[in-house]
Design a protein around this ligand. Structure first.
Ligand code: ASP
Length: 437
């Protein structure tokens, strides 16, 4: 049994709905289908979810909600008409505008893209529609509750032979709609795969699979055929935009392999994400990276004699709601690496708070750092990857600002000045995947 999730670009218009229908119907094992809201049809188009955010904003500011909803309605009506479906959603569209005008929450507004998308797909396939608002629950703090979902959704899906479900949302304990973070239909797909007892979770998207580097930075990177859940988690957290990071845990816990596939090229092999593989990989699986980091450098000569010193610095970050990504320490120096956008608004207040908490000799926040990361299961216990990585970086004449290796040896992170980011990514990619590698 397969649960197949289709992303927004895969469902951007009627033609794409038909292409998705062909994919689903070409394999009878594809019984449970999870859909996103229609995405962009071209570079300058707007995603349905973004149009719905505009509807919510119009409602909140007392603007014209019906006018803001018009392009949403038009997109869905066009899809229905071009698919020649007898489905009539006009009353529901009107009721949605009323609900928005009467001040319904933002989550309800945002979730309607997935809702209508799934209603149309269910009609097209002739399969039952299952609304996650009755089966996927968040707790009072808004955290997803896997136990209840597994039980209640599992029970419902076992009653059905097949179904179509909207991704992205569920309900709070009081029954009101609540959404995952943006891109969260990936998470819904994993939840449905687990609750239905599927053997495979297919995630259909608009790229060939996981690539060994970001194609916007490294030209024509190779496709990764198989990788582990842990590798893909490292990659997602480090900037590779493959799959929502929170989608991996439900699949990992249930031991369901994830198969990333390309709707535009359904015969291509895609990428398998599994618990373990005997397949010998390259020394590294992928290079990832991101610009936009800041370093909070705290110097104090007597820091090493002060028990709880790092904790005190980190508690200041916690107080300002800033999560850190790397921590590098020397005898009297501590550098905390954070995404610049997290620290920008509160930099001065954060500085004051660190100053009054640990009384450092000096304190500085510098922007303009980029992180380059290599990820790979084959690195464990071998020095070869580190040697090749630093050889590549120094060969390109790039000074290293920071080094961090996870203790599971699945990744090595190198911090460089942003101006060297692209050159560094390319040098590292060539060192591991280029012709001489
Ligand atoms: N439609 C939502 C978004 O644009 C969720 C998703 O597509 O996964 O973020």
């Amino acid at each position: 049994m397969i649960t197949a999730k289709f992303g927004g670009t895969s469902l951007c218009d009627a033609q794409q709905f038909r292409a998705v229908q062909r994919i689903i119907e070409s394999d009878a094992r594809r019984r449970f289908i999870v859909v996103s809201a229609p995405g962009k049809r071209s570079e300058d188009d707007v995603k349905i979810t973004d149009l719905l955010i505009a509807c919510y904003n119009a409602a909140r500011e007392g603007g014209d909600v019906a006018a803001a909803f018009r392009p949403v309605r038009a997109r869905f009506e066009e899809i229905i008409a071009q698919l020649s479906l007898s489905l009539d959603l006009s009353q529901e569209f009107t009721a949605t505008v009323w609900a928005m005008e009467s001040g319904v929450g933002s989550a309800f507004c945002l979730s309607r893209g997935e809702y209508f998308s799934a209603r149309i797909m269910a009609a097209l396939l002739g399969r039952p529609f299952v609304d996650p608002v009755h089966f996927v629950f968040f707790n009072g703090q808004g955290a997803f509750d896997p136990e209840i979902a597994e039980h209640s959704l599992g029970e419902r899906l076992r009653e059905l032979d097949c179904a179509v479900l909207p991704g992205f949302y569920g309900a709070m304990p009081d029954g009101t709609v609540h959404t995952f973070a943006r891109g969260g239909s990936d998470i819904s797909g994993a939840i449905v795969a687990r609750a239905s007892g599927s053997e495979i979770y297919e995630n259909w998207t608009d790229v060939p699979g996981v690539l060994a580097a970001d194609p916007r930075i490294v030209p024509n990177p190779r496709l990764v055929d198989v990788m582990t859940y842990d590798e893909v988690r490292e990659l997602s957290y480090l900037g590779a935009n493959v799959l929502h990071p929170d989608a991996i845990l439900p699949a990992k816990r249930a031991g369901i392999p994830i198969h990333i596939r390309n709707t535009m090229d359904p015969d291509s092999p895609g990428t398998w994400i599994v618990e373990k593989t005997d397949r010998p990989g390259s020394l590294i699986t992928s290079v990832a990276g991101r610009r936009g980091y800041s370093s909070i450098q705290v110097e104090k000569d007597t820091a090493n004699a002060e028990v709880g010193y790092c904790r005190k610095i980190l508690s200041c970050l916690e107080k300002h709601g800033i999560s850190f990504e790397h921590l590098a320490t020397g005898i009297g120096s501590t550098a905390v690496i954070v995404p610049t956008q997290e620290v920008r608004a509160s930099a001065e207040a954060l500085k004051r708070s660190i100053e009054s908490t640990v009384h450092p000799d000096s304190l500085e926040i510098t922007d303009g750092l980029a992180m380059i990361t290599v990820v790979g299961r084959e690195m464990v216990g071998k020095a070869k990857a580190a040697v090749r990585l630093f050889d590549a970086i120094s060969g390109a004449g790039i000074p290293v600002r920071l080094i961090d290796q996870g203790t599971r040896e699945l990744n090595i992170v190198v911090g460089v000045d942003e101006q060297y980011f692209s050159a560094g990514m390319n040098a590292v990619y060539q060192a591991f995947f280029g012709e001489e590698a």
